[in-house]
Ligand binder design. Sequence first.
Ligand code: BES
Ligand code: ZN
Ligand code: ZN
Length: 505
Amino acid sequence: MEIRVKKGILTKTKGTVCLLGFFEGEGKKGNIASLDPALNGKLKKITSSEGFNGKFLETILIRPEGKIGFERLVFVGLGKRTEITEDRLRKAMGRGTTFIQKMGLPDITIDCDSSLLKKIQTAQIAQAMIEGVLLSLYQFDCLKTDPSDKKTIKKITLLTSKEKELPQIEQGALRGKIIAEGVCYTRDLCSLPSNIVTPTYLANEATQIAQEGGMSVEVLDQEEIKTLGMGAFHAVTLGTDEPPKFIVLKYKGTPKGARKRPIALVGKSVTFDTGGISLKPSENMEQMKYDMSGGAIVLGVMKAIAQLKPTIDIIAVLPATDNMPSGKAVHPGDVVTSLSGKTVEIINTDAEGRLCLADALTYATRLKPAAMIDLATLTGACVIALGQHAMGMMGNNPRLLSQIQDAGEAVGERTWELPLWDDYFNQIESSVADLQNVGGRRAGTITAGLFLKQFVGETPWVHLDIAGTSWYDDSKNPYVPKGASGVGVRLLMQYITALSKGRKS
Ligand code: BES
Ligand code: ZN
Ligand code: ZN
């Protein structure tokens, strides 16, 4: 996709179609209304007789017929000016873009002036616009020999009449493009089936990202996983013939001499979850290809970081394996020793994510991060509790919890905190080992989080249960098509950017 930023006046610019934001009730005043003479009063007509009023996500097409250089104008409602947010802008641009895509046109010009506001910085506006456009155009069609929905849009131009806004718009648009590409990369990884996205595939991707971004990468195989003492993760890998990988990516962004502790990102990377010996029912089992969403999000973030180069150090840890039943698979009731030394009774082999993460968290903790965030499609209970509109959030550090919550809120990827009270602990106490890997039917998301907490020590840590947000069965969000959502990438990018800005000195 080609993205350009151009200085020019809307009425004097030529093109196939221009997309304009339209604030609710502003058809009679403001810069959109000033277009009306050139439109022969058509604007007045659509606002009075056709009832278009700029309500949020309302969309309408006008053919200016020669009075304006554009063959078509598409107005998309931004809602009330006082209620505008970056996410509303992103959604509106997503809606406008899919509307234009359906018309089969090759390029779009977006009028930046109509959406410029004092409330949001220009660079942020451009970023939100480009994200909305690129994320809404996403289609997973790489496995079809003849995709039915052809991608027609090849070029996006952001148009501004203000010379001095150009650098900010350019900077925001580039950031938006890099982040949207990270999200789409994550979506692809989640949608690709497990015969393609194997642990080896993820390790190769990580290696590629490391090369792009000058990062270091380490990949441990099954033997090394065992020798290092990762008994919990190793137990999950026992049943599969597909080689597991423990992947560690390290990005160094702190200026030379500055000794700052890194941020650790840990992603559950179960490339297929059959449940193991505690086999899942076959209905919907195919969905368990996205049980590596946590790892996919972390890789999407690292891909964006490779280009945006924030000034902090980041470590990514992905324990990658299939969870399969076989003659060699771990049995319910088996007791294993985790990397931390704690023993775990595996009551249910389908609660495998927490076993993988237990060792990955201990491993990451040893690298002494300033903060550690894990993302995991961990519990079906989280899907029941929160559905697809919020990630389940738990943690041990109020400051980090609020930083993550704020980052999510800012980009339209919401989190909802659940309590990690010790009162729940007796549910994961085992009669034969230090812990057991399931806590019964009550508060399943919390007992999973509390299990993870046993492996993070004093490290400030947040756990995001993304079981409900990683995959959308249906979607009303214009920039998240149904299927893999990529939710989590933009939250982490927002968090990392805020940290990086704060640390520049
Ligand atoms: N990968 C699943 C959780 C999941 C469910 C993710 C639905 C996405 C959609 C996880 O490994 C699992 O099977 N968890 C069990 C835990 C139980 C055995 C304690 C669950 O939630 O049923
Ligand atoms: Zn499972
Ligand atoms: Zn799982």
